[in-house]
Design a protein around this ligand. Structure first.
Ligand SMILES: [Zn+2]
Length: 64
């Protein structure tokens, strides 16, 4: 099930909404102020800007 993150433009509330296939994505309202002017944020659980790379600079070949 797709979990979407919303941001209310009226009160600034950020909430997550689990939408099913039968749910209307346009009928999402803010749970804090019941405002209808909410924007859907992009899910960012697939991006990783950190990479722990060990120092393995193996640049010494077989010299002989
Ligand atoms: Zn709100």
């Amino acid at each position: 099930m797709p979990l979407y993150e919303y941001h209310c433009q009226e009160c600034g509330e950020r909430f997550e909404k689990l939408l099913r296939m039968s749910d209307d994505a346009k009928a999402v309202r803010c749970p804090a102020c019941a405002g209808a002017s909410v924007e859907r944020l992009l899910s960012s659980f697939a991006t990783s800007g950190k990479q722990s790379g060990a120092s393995s600079a193996a640049s010494c070949g077989p010299v002989g």
